[in-house]
Design a protein around this ligand. Structure first.
Ligand SMILES: NC(=O)c1ccc[n+]([C@@H]2O[C@H](COP(=O)([O-])OP(=O)(O)OC[C@H]3O[C@@H](n4cnc5c(N)ncnc54)[C@H](O)[C@@H]3O)[C@@H](O)[C@H]2O)c1
Length: 450
């Protein structure tokens, strides 16, 4: 698997740290990443907020069951591993004072790679205008705190639906854990649903699931396969025939099967569904990760170049989903995760075709998440939008451009493929039954398109 870049390793050493401080250079720290068997979070978690609410009651119970040590006051001496602030009861902007009063002292006592998680309500259409303002204000605070934090700490916002407070636990646990190392300044929306029982085997939340990952022969796709296999899934690894050798290596490594299919083939969806059914008895998770770039200014983009990007990154997903979302494709309660990009949110010079395809992917998520038939079947559809991720693709970017891309985020470093994979594994778990229609950027709170 890829590792942190050389500069991040250098400024973590005594001499490098001193030099970076003297010259005022960015000081990224190696991020805390998930290690099976490790603690949820390093240090006690302060839980506070505005009044005692069903959300905070559900969270206290869930966090304690997950092994976290909770505190209501900033402890003397010890550094906090995380802060969870519940503002679901905020009715007017004046109530936001509870958020300030909880966070201000806690932020001074955060440990390395600590987590700030703000919990609020989804802004609805029925509340008062003051209530809408209070709810929306949480986004501004959380994103600002994310930009103020240092030493690998992150801040994210979870918006819960009234009456479904228990459904947010899986998201809060993900955000506190090392799995969310490169997820910063994001808003997670949790819909209607009950609390989901903890998996029988907490270290293998995807045990018994059959998953398909496209573009699995290398890069981010290979790490998605590794990560969901580590979490217990049986993985069908899909890639083009030309990548057959490395595809077989990845499939063998994760104990899954390899399927050579070009995702743009008209029968790709049917072949994938049939392979999953006949070899593994069904299909629970589809990760549409295969993607290409053919960068050129739009003025110089011909029809072939435009079409190839749209075909691989967007149209293939629509076509494959006719089979994958049919009754004998994804099982009821299944999960689909798409891979977008921050280029699809911010746009990028020379990437109009790529940005069109990746913005289109977000449109697919909106469309599928609103589909009542899929909701009735318990199928969720979400996307990750990676920022600068250390892969073979980004290693080819000229040094100066690469350094800018890598540092222009709150964590001052690129993410690793495993960071994208961990967010996909989070979406895939049974605990996220109420999480659909989300696009989560895995970008270290990149300044691009923020
Ligand atoms: N690397 C980044 O920084 C970054 C940032 C944002 C989004 N992404 C997205 O993440 C995904 C993975 O990117 P990556 O960096 O690992 O790229 P990569 O080029 O290393 O890997 C892509 C894989 O997809 C496969 N593929 C391409 N066309 C295919 C087709 N027609 N049928 C089947 N497989 C096909 C390739 O053979 C390859 O194995 C892509 O969708 C990409 O757009 C990457």
């Amino acid at each position: 698997m890829a590792r942190a870049d050389g500069y991040t390793t250098f400024v973590s050493s005594g001499f490098g740290k001193k030099l970076a401080t003297t010259l005022g250079l960015p000081q990224p720290v190696p991020l805390r990443r998930y290690v099976p068997g490790g603690p949820l979070v390093d240090g006690p978690v302060l839980v506070g907020g505005h009044a005692d609410t069903p959300a905070v009651t559900a969270l206290r119970a869930g966090l304690t069951a997950a092994g976290a040590t909770l505190t209501e006051v900033v402890p003397d001496g010890a550094r906090l591993g995380g802060v969870v602030v519940d503002l679901t009861a905020a009715e007017t902007p004046a109530d936001l004072e509870s958020l300030r009063a909880t966070l201000a002292p806690a932020l001074k006592r955060l440990g390395r790679c600590a987590r700030v998680v703000v919990v609020g309500r989804r802004p609805g259409t029925s509340g008062s205008v003051a209530q809408q303002a209070a709810r929306r204000a949480l986004e501004g605070v959380t994103r600002s705190v994310g930009k103020e934090l240092r030493a690998g700490a992150t801040a994210n916002l979870v918006l819960v639906t009234e009456g479904s407070e228990g459904a947010a636990l899986g998201t809060v646990l993900f955000l506190l854990s090392g799995r969310s190392a490169y997820v910063d300044g994001q808003v997670f929306r949790v819909g209607e649903g009950g609390a989901v029982d903890a998996p029988a085997d907490a270290e293998h939340p995807l045990a018994g699931k059959v998953a398909v990952v496209t573009g699995a022969a290398r890069g981010i796709g290979a790490d998605i396969a590794r990560t969901i296999a580590r979490d217990g899934a049986t993985v069908v690894c899909v890639d083009i025939p030309a990548a057959g050798a490395s595809l077989a290596d990845v499939a063998n490594e994760v104990g899954g099967t390899a399927l050579q299919v070009d995702v743009t083939a008209t029968d790709a969806g049917a072949r994938i569904a049939e392979h999953a059914r006949t070899r593994h008895g069904g299909l629970d998770l589809v990760v549409h990760n295969a993607g290409i770039t053919r960068d050129k200014l739009l003025a110089n983009t011909d029809e072939d170049r435009w079409d190839s990007v749209l075909q691989v990154n967007l149209l293939s997903i629509l076509r494959m989903n006719e089979a994958l979302l049919a009754k004998d494709g994804l099982r009821d309660g299944g999960r689909m995760v798409l891979v977008s990009s921050i280029a699809g949110i911010a746009g990028n010079r020379g990437q109009s075709s790529y940005a069109a395809s990746k913005a289109g992917v977000i449109g697919l998520v909106d469309g599928y998440a609103a589909d009542r038939a899929l909701r009735r079947r318990g199928i969720t559809v979400n996307a990750v939008a990676p920022g600068f991720i250390e892969t073979e693709m980004t290693a080819k970017i000229p040094f100066a451009t690469r350094e800018v891309g890598r540092r222009l985020n709150s964590l001052s470093q690129g993410g690793l493929p495993v960071d994208v994979a961990e967010t996909i594994a989070y979406f895939a778990a049974d605990a996220q039954a109420a999480v659909t229609g989300n696009v989560v950027r895995v970008c270290g709170q990149s300044l691009l398109g923020a």
